[in-house]
Write a protein of this length. Structure first.
Length: 272
């Protein structure tokens, strides 16, 4: 199955039809969610939804739905859901001026304990371009170092979460997480296990705006070098052998073990 980017669960546009954001806290037992979906089936046309468990043994279901009736109200939906078995609490918001927002979740996290924010890719790419344009090589250094610092934090996080199995498997896990989080497709080729890796970014987010003032993607280069060094515990050097800013069809990063046997100095000195 091939799909484009998935919709962002935070608001729903519905200019021609009343829409609701429905949030339900329920007991985390089999059948809870299907009972809720059953009572909503002839009330709303669900457009997006998600569910997740909470540490206290309850679960949350959050969804957007377009009303199947012009006379539907949020109060009536709340009452209907509250009567459903296993429901602990529910809250419904109604669209105004063609939009309804999930105003209950205070934000998103890309994985447990890692809060994140949404920023259009073009915005990130333009910040990189502007830094490099105003500050020249100093701007490129800032981007590389900030990319490295974030890569190290991600590497540490992954080391804690998935332990120390095969390096290529863990690099692929990191790249998959980036892809799911919207960083674009990052394909890994193992040139020599533990020594040399090639990563191809066909839709690299750093050069989306294709600035005429830049020649490399330093943030991503720093990030990939640092995340792989932290995952392996050894220092990897990274060069961007092809870049869309230099006319390449993709950005390509080659990571090479700097000094076999030497532990990475990157592990010291930079916090999370
Ligand atoms: Zn590039």
């Amino acid at each position: 199955m091939e799909l484009g980017r998935r919709p962002y669960m935070g608001y729903c546009f519905s200019p021609d039809q009343k829409a609701f954001h429905i949030l339900v806290k329920m007991k985390d037992v089999p059948g809870s969610l299907s009972a809720i979906l059953k009572v909503l089936a002839d009330k709303v046309d669900l457009v997006e939804s998600l569910s997740y468990g909470l540490p206290d043994g309850s679960a949350v279901w959050s969804g957007f739905g377009r009303s199947l009736s012009q006379t539907e109200t949020k109060e009536a939906l709340e009452k209907l859901i509250a009567r459903t078995t296993m429901v602990i609490e529910c809250q419904v918001e109604e669209s105004e001026s063609g939009i309804v927002v999930d105003s209950i979740h205070p934000g998103i996290e890309v994985s447990p304990g890692r809060p994140a924010m949404m920023l259009p890719i073009a915005g990130f790419s333009r910040i990189c371009d502007h830094l490099a344009k105003i500050l020249g090589s100093g701007g490129e250094t800032i981007l590389f170092e900030e990319g490295s610092a974030l890569g190290q934090a991600t590497g540490r996080y992954l080391n804690d979460r998935i332990g120390r199995g095969r390096l290529d498997v863990r690099i692929r896990a990191a790249l998959g997480m980036y892809q799911a989080a919207g960083w674009g497709l990052l394909a890994l080729k193992v040139e020599e296990p533990g020594v040399k890796y090639r990563i191809v970014a066909r839709d690299c987010l750093e050069c989306t705006e294709k600035s005429a003032d830049r020649k490399e993607c330093g943030f991503i280069r720093g990030h990939l070098g640092s995340v792989v060094s932290t995952l392996s515990g050894e220092e990897f050097r990274v060069t961007e052998t092809s870049c869309r800013l230099r006319g390449g069809s993709a950005c390509e990063f080659v990571l090479t073990l700097a000094d076999p046997g030497r532990k990475t100095p990157l592990v010291a000195g930079i916090g999370n």
